[in-house]
Design a protein around this ligand. Structure first.
Ligand code: MGD
Ligand code: MGD
Ligand code: MO
Length: 681
């Protein structure tokens, strides 16, 4: 038997970016394991990715191109050969481009986080075409902008140093579910005597394992942070030396924070005032104090400001002085990715196409041509994303995708809800079948992914599909001939040692252990900017503030419950929902409800319910659960619509409104009512 161990990288949208070892026997991948030589992975994978071969060799993997035969969205297709598919797609795109290339819209996100199979060749293709651009806001933009306007970039603590912290605030993060390799460090700190405090409306698996859980209402994090500042100031738990040397706007922030006595925040957050005081005392008096912030807390109207407020805290107490103090939301800003060399915006050749926000794709697909909007969207090329399931306000998204006059091409591994609405589905390779190179947003290593097996069936890499389309469209720039290994080398150029990547599979960036001990923030001022001149120049508040949710329900409202829809542990957004062994663990879509809210509505645990508001209705099973706080219901996971009850998922009820900073979606800023589903309904 011929057995190989192939080094790779997990492609998924997760902070951990693990190093993989795939065991290949006679050309078949039989096992995917964590690479024990890679410190961050430490030989361990999450349940999902340890089932990678089940996903790769899934009987429903797409193995040849498909062309639509039924009505739009019917999911009926026939097999065609690649030439037929590519020739027809190229000629349709050419005809649209001849009228106006901006009527063609790429739509992609982080199905793979690879720099090559992500936007490597795809962006070149769309830039050369002059297609509309895509504002990729759906996940992290509010928080990302919040960081940029406070710390200067998506930078922060190195994850490994959390193990040495004396206090860890796990803020808007269910780490056990979504950041397992961080959780190891938190456990180590706990064993060393650190105190762990979880700040989350939901009593998550992570909250269960912390010393304390602050179950605030969704979207009230900035109020909490401002009240903590109030206490730091009034008790003088401040590092005056750090503040004067390395921050900007202290006097103004001080004035703002003094307007936030703990009682004011307690009323807004819906938590006991003593809990806020205790939090402030712990944060003000424990060294080193570390904050693991995650994107769960920025999917609300004020998400950007909330991240700004929290990102001010470490500078106030001088936590950055120690390598185990400070904050980590994302480390992606440390990676010197050569985006221009990879994605070649120069191929726009002076054209400035419009930009469509991926978070409002529902509305935008339904928009008519107008002088402000530009042309109606006539063609949509989707890759690395499942918008019909993941984008907010599904009724609009589905209606848009169902337009008979929209030409839709979907590059996919599986026939997702989005692929059901395609005119052509093109089978794409998985991470086990292609080259790629990866940055991370949870650690500071670059990882290389080698193909472990040949592409399954007739699957082709995303890059190869865009190369083939480029050829048929007559794009003759030599950049369309570059192979994937060349693209891998281009991503970081000489900054990383490519030979080492080929040899070990990973390279650690030279990031200092405590990057902000002496200030040196990547802001314009070089300081931690409590006050942001850049925001003020845009006519925005230069200081962080609490912005209430768009939808802040009260008991007398028609939609009196706040709904959040955080990730399910055994899925990765809508990926893996079709992997039977993982779906079996999750069971079925559920809505967690507090006993009081269920009782008031005559809902028994296990009953089918309708969750609704003016935007739509979602049906699933209710679970009376200690994980839900009063007034807040938790709809877990982004199920495939067609695998959920009545072909719906949580995004039926979410809205297309946008965050204060970064134009992001507000998935967790959503008021609903819940009723038992009676036989007649
Ligand atoms: N297993 C698994 N892992 C994942 C994902 C997945 O779907 N499944 N998704 C990946 C993706 S795309 C991302 S962006 C990352 C990060 O994704 P995140 O969404 O940050 O993931 P979590 O840490 O699981 O969940 C965030 C936590 O925030 C809480 N939360 C909701 N609203 C609020 C609020 O207003 N305030 C506060 N303080 N907390 C709130 C939720 O209850 C939840 O426990 O995780 C990645 N990892
Ligand atoms: N209600 C609600 N909605 C949410 C969220 C939430 O918490 N609540 N979370 C939001 C967040 S944080 C995010 S990041 C988005 C995620 O939204 P998406 O980025 O769309 O993520 P997935 O749902 O995992 O879909 C990715 C798809 O890419 C495909 N794919 C993977 N690798 C490849 C490849 O190499 N080639 C091709 N062609 N396809 C590939 C997978 O098969 C999968 O179907 O969802 C958002 N939507
Ligand atoms: Mo995300």
């Amino acid at each position: 038997m011929n057995t190989l161990a192939v080094r790779g990288a997990c492609p998924h949208d997760c902070p951990d970016t693990c190093a993989l070892i795939t065991t290949v026997e006679n050309g078949v991948a039989v096992r995917v394991q964590g690479n024990a030589e890679h410190a961050h992975t430490d030989g361990a994978l999450c349940t999902k990715v340890s089932r990678y071969t089940e996903r790769t060799y899934h009987p429903e993997r797409l193995l040849h191109p498909l062309r639509r035969t039924g009505a739009k969205g019917s999911g009926q297709f026939e097999r065609v050969d690649w030439d037929t598919a590519l020739n027809d797609i190229a000629s349709k795109l050419q005809a649209i481009a001849a009228r106006n290339p901006e009527a063609i819209q790429p739509y992609s996100y982080a199905g793979t986080m690879g720099q090559v199979q992500g936007e490597g060749m795809a962006a070149r293709f769309f830039h050369r075409l002059g297609a509309s651009l895509l504002d990729r806001t759906i996940c992290a933009n509010a928080g990302g902008e919040g960081l940029v306007h406070t710390l200067g970039g998506k930078v922060g603590m190195k994850v490994e140093h959390f193990a040495e912290a004396g206090l860890i605030l796990i803020w808007g993060s269910n780490s056990i579910a979504s950041n397992l390799h961080f959780w190891r460090h938190a456990q180590q700190a706990k064993r060393n005597g650190a105190r762990l405090i979880c700040i989350d409306p939901r009593r998550s698996e992570t909250a269960d394992k912390c010393h304390e859980h602050i179950a605030l209402k969704p979207g009230t994090d900035a109020a909490l942070a401002l009240a903590v500042m109030h206490e730091l100031i009034t008790h003088d738990w401040l590092d005056h030396d750090y503040i004067s040397r390395h921050t900007l706007g202290w006097e103004r922030l001080r004035e703002r924070a003094l307007q936030w006595p703990p009682q004011r925040a307690a009323d807004i957050c819906g938590v006991p005032v003593q809990q806020i005081k205790d939090l402030a005392q712990a944060y003000g008096t424990t060294r080193p104090a570390a904050i693991r912030l995650n994107y769960g807390m920025q999917r609300v109207r004020g998400g950007g400001n909330a991240v700004r407020a929290i990102a001010c805290l470490p500078a106030l107490v001088g936590a950055w002085r120690h390598r185990a103090g400070g904050l980590l939301l994302s480390s992606s800003g440390f990676f010197p990715i050569r985006r221009a060399a990879l994605q070649r915006p120069d191929l726009l050749a002076g054209r400035t196409p419009r930009t469509i926000n991926m978070s409002t794709i529902g509305d935008d697909l339904l928009r008519e041509a107008s002088p402000t909007f530009g042309p109606r969207i006539e063609a949509l090329i989707v890759y690395n994303s499942n918008p019909v399931a993941v984008a907010p306000e599904s009724s609009k998204v589905v209606q848009g995708f169902a337009r008979e006059d929209l030409f839709t091409v979907v590059l996919e591994h599986f026939q997702t809800d989005t692929a059901d609405h395609a005119d052509y589905i093109l089978p794409a390779t998985t991470q086990l079948e292609h080259w790629d190179i990866h940055a991370s947003y949870g650690h500071t290593d670059v990882l290389l992914n080698r193909p472990a097996v040949e592409p399954l069936g007739e699957a082709r890499t995303n890059t190869d599909i865009f190369r083939a389309l480029a050829r048929r469209m007559g794009f003759d720039d030599p950049c369309f001939e570059e192979d994937d290994l060349t693209l891998c080398r281009t991503a970081f150029g000489d900054v990383v040692d490519f030979d080492q990547l080929l040899h070990t599979g990973f390279v650690t960036l030279p990031v200092p252990d405590a990057p902000f001990t002496h200030g040196n923030f990547p802001t314009p001022s070089g300081r931690c900017e409590f006050f942001s001149e850049r925001l003020a120049a845009q006519g925005l508040d230069g200081l962080p503030d609490h912005l209430p949710n768009y939808e802040t329900p009260t008991a007398s409202d028609p939609y009196p419950l706040a709904m959040i829809s955080p990730p399910a542990r055994n899925f990765l957004n809508s990926s893996f929902v079709n992997v039977t062994s993982l779906r079996d663990i999750e069971g079925e879509p559920v809505l967690e409800m507090h006993a009081d809210d269920a009782l008031a509505r005559g809902i028994a645990s296990g009953a089918m319910v309708r969750i609704f508001n003016d935007r739509g209705e979602y049906r699933c099973k209710a679970e009376v659960s200690r994980r839900a706080r009063p007034g807040v219901v938790n709809g877990l996971g982004i199920w495939w619509r067609k695998l959920g009850a009545f072909g719906t998922n949580v995004n039926e009820v979410t809205s297309q409104r946008l965050t204060d900073l970064g134009r992001g979606p507000v998935f967790y800023d959503c008021a609903v009512e819940v009723q038992p589903l009676t036989e007649s309904a």
